[in-house]
Design a protein around this ligand. Structure first.
Ligand code: NDP
Ligand code: GDR
Length: 351
């Protein structure tokens, strides 16, 4: 039986990846960090929380000794490092914490692998945010990096450490540069889920208006379960490498809003510009979308669109769910959740 550690099992990708590995017959050690209120709603939602081959292990990425202990206790064949302070907006308010968790955390794991068992295969969750102020369109594995947030800078450090440990010590260390991927399990503070949740609530009469930041930002949005399959494929390749996973299509936040409201039965018209732009329900004339500059970031990533040809050619991976379908399935899930009583998902962060 292959054994894998998945750090960050309480997050979107950790939950989907654990499900995928369990389905493949792995023994999975899923790590979570101590908190006053347990955060297992995603693995419960997927029905894997009590799977006999899943063990939940307490682990904080910032503790170097804990990384050694984790490796020694679990004796893994593969380590998927998905844990991170992953919210770009918060990284501007908590740059040092973000650097400790998202930048240094992966280094502790690489060191632990080097010292405990250099045969362990390691996956680092790198990100299109490393491209930041983009130097080429579309972005692939050879595009120069130019991060635009403390999060992007921290991830870039971890990415280069992963490459460096591969080259210096011969570790099997792969880096997946993943573009945005979303799902009904996406945290409510991220823009897609904030929008689909709001569209569902507004159509159900539970909310009147949603406030957003920069509507012009363009992202390459894919479907998370397909992306965790790509992570697994990266660790099955004969040699470790760096791979971009993306759909190759970019969409503005404004168009995502339009599609989400359409999926909830509301046709929107946008009026005005910049901070004064609003989205109006054409059937009622009510304003249901407003811009609030408090959601603007000090530096923005304007346009991301990925070229995942290397992953397609070498791993046989490609994205299948387009952004419209993604949007529809997220809105449907939010509508269904609202219709059910006793939903266990915690409330959104204020961002
Ligand atoms: P989430 O924010 O949903 O999950 C992050 C996970 O990291 C959570 O389980 C969280 O635990 C855990 N975590 C945070 N801080 C620590 C810490 N100090 N010690 C241990 N665990 C910690 O992220 P996603 O699932 O969306 O993303 C997975 C990874 O992929 C992240 O590294 C992210 O940066 C990266 N990524 C994501 C993309 C996306 O579009 N989703 C795209 C590219 C990269 P808790 O639940 O307690 O907060
Ligand atoms: P991102 O995702 O920063 O791309 O990082 P997010 O959904 O937070 O923002 C996407 C874009 O939407 C704009 N935006 C808003 N964003 C949020 N969160 N809330 C708003 O109200 C809002 N209004 C407009 C943002 O300015 C931005 O341009 C995600 C995370 O999962 C990272 O961990 C991951 O590395 C990258 O995707 C790839």
């Amino acid at each position: 039986m292959t054994t894998a550690i998945v750090t960050g099992i309480t997050g979107q990708d950790g939950a989907y990846l654990a499900q995928l590995l369990l389905d493949k017959g792995y023994q999975v050690y899923g790590t979570y960090r101590r908190s006053s209120s347990p955060n297992f709603w995603r693995i419960r939602h997927l029905g894997i929380h009590d799977h006999p081959a899943l063990r939940l292990v307490e682990y904080d990425l910032t503790d170097p000794g804990a990384a050694m202990d984790l490796l020694q206790r679990c004796q893994p064949d593969e380590v998927y490092n998905l844990a991170a302070q992953s919210f770009v907006g918060v990284s501007f308010q908590q740059p040092s914490t973000t650097a400790q968790i998202t930048g240094l955390g992966p280094l502790h794991l690489l060191e632990a692998i080097r010292l405990v068992n250099p045969r362990v295969r390691f996956y680092q969750a790198s990100t299109s945010e490393m491209f930041g102020k983009v130097q080429a369109i579309p972005q692939n594995e050879t595009t120069p990096f130019y991060p635009r947030s403390p999060y992007g800078v921290a991830k870039l450090f971890a990415h280069w450490m992963t490459v460096n440990y591969r080259e210096s010590y011969g570790l099997y260390a792969a880096s997946g540069i993943l573009f945005n991927h979303e799902s009904p399990l996406r945290g409510l503070e991220f823009v897609t889920r904030k929008i689909t949740d709001a569209a569902a609530r507004i159509s159900a009469g539970l909310m009147t208006c949603v406030e957003l930041g920069n509507l012009d930002a363009q992202r390459d949005w894919g479907y998370a379960p397909e992306y965790v399959e790509g992570m697994w494929r990266m660790l099955q390749a004969p040699e470790p490498d760096t791979y971009v996973l993306a759909t190759g299509v970019t969409t503005s936040v404004r168009d995502f809003v339009r599609m989400a409201f359409e999926a909830a039965g509301i046709t929107l018209a946008f009026r005005g510009q910049g901070q004064d732009e609003v989205g109006i329900d054409t059937a009622t004339g009510r304003t249901v979308v407003r811009v609030n500059p408090k959601y603007y970031r000090p530096a923005e990533v304007d346009l991301l669109v990925g070229d995942s040809r290397r992953a397609r050619e070498r791993l046989g991976w490609q994205a299948h769910t387009d952004v419209r379908r993604l949007c529809q399935l997220m809105v449907q899930a939010d509508l269904q959740r609202l219709a059910r009583s006793g939903d266990a998902e915690p409330a959104a962060h204020p961002q």
